[in-house]
Design a protein around this ligand. Structure first.
Ligand code: NAP
Length: 261
């Protein structure tokens, strides 16, 4: 895939970690003179830092930031962001629209699967990690109906395989991946190309949280060892690998591709 195109690029969770790095690295690949980059997250100051990093490399890019709480976000919020960031833009001039569904939370890893059941907490967790993803994706599909689309879901091995202390995370990631697999079998790949990308274990706040909060001693020890021995991957490495995977484009729409594949 040629990434150097007139692109609309939207990244959720662009304020830190993998999302920040993917936003920065992809922004270096797209056509700077005629592309639009949209960064979503809660922390306005960290979103502005991502924006600054992007503009220091590619000052011609149009970069927008939106602070949005995904626990309560509705389809109308995403529709407004898409409308505002596309104001005055002729969609016919865009060669590709990319959405990186990256934002995500771990959930309460101090709980066993048997303890889950507070529906208010489950609804909040699923709203952040699944419902808001679907709402954004629907609006993205609607607005860019006539533009070739690339949809990347940040997945994980935990979407395929159970891990102790990760009942929240495994269930939501499995649901999210299955949604994108269904989307991929329904939509022609030349119009809507879908990738479920599992980034590997990355040194971010999420893995630090798991290391400190998991009720499972093996999980804690595994993550601690990888961090202490500096064998945990960095966000830069996985963002680069994602770009390599996209460039080579050997995957079929809807495939699950892991950093280690
Ligand atoms: N790290 C890993 O080893 C690993 C492995 C496999 C898959 N992944 C997946 O990769 C993605 C990124 O993970 P990461 O490790 O980079 O996580 P992270 O460092 O915790 O970053 C999460 C991002 O999501 C945003 N976010 C969290 N809660 C939000 C909310 N309620 N509303 C809006 N935005 C919210 C955060 O921004 P704000 O705090 O500014 O809102 C932040 O930008 C996730 O989907 C994760 O499941 C990570």
């Amino acid at each position: 895939m040629d990434l150097n195109q007139r692109t609309y690029l939207l990244v959720t969770g662009a304020s830190r970690g993998i999302g920040q790095e993917v936003a920065q690295q992809l922004s270096r690949q797209i056509n700077a003179a005629a592309s639009i980059v949209v960064l979503l997250g809660r922390s306005e100051s960290q979103l502005l830092a991502t924006k600054e990093n992007i503009l220091s490399d590619r000052p011609e890019l149009a970069v927008h930031t939106y602070s949005l709480e995904l626990a309560t976000a509705q389809a109308a919020d995403f529709a407004r962001i898409l409308d505002e960031t596309l104001a005055g833009q002729n969609l016919k001039e865009l060669q590709r629209a990319i959405v990186i569904h990256n934002a995500g939370t771990l959930g309460d890893s101090s709980k066993h699967a048997r303890d889950l059941g507070d529906t208010a907490l489950l609804e909040q967790y699923y709203h952040i990690n699944l419902f808001s993803t679907l709402a954004l994706n629907r609006e993205f599909m609607r607005v860019f109906a006539e533009v070739p689309k690339l949809i990347v879901n940040l997945s994980t091995l935990a979407a395929l395989k159970p891990f102790p202390s990760m009942a929240y995370y495994c269930t939501v990631k499995a649901s999210r991946e299955m949604y994108f697999r269904v989307l991929a079998v329904e939509e022609p790949a030349d119009k809507t190309l879908v990738l479920n990308y599992a980034p590997g274990v990355i040194d971010t706040q999420m893995t630090l949280q798991l290391q400190h909060e998991s009720h499972d001693a093996n999980v804690t020890a595994t993550y601690k060892k990888q961090r202490d021995t500096q064998t945990m991957l960095k966000a830069e490495q996985t963002a680069q690998k994602l770009i390599d995977v996209l460039r080579a484009q050997k995957f079929q729409s809807g495939d699950h591709v892991d950093y280690w594949d």
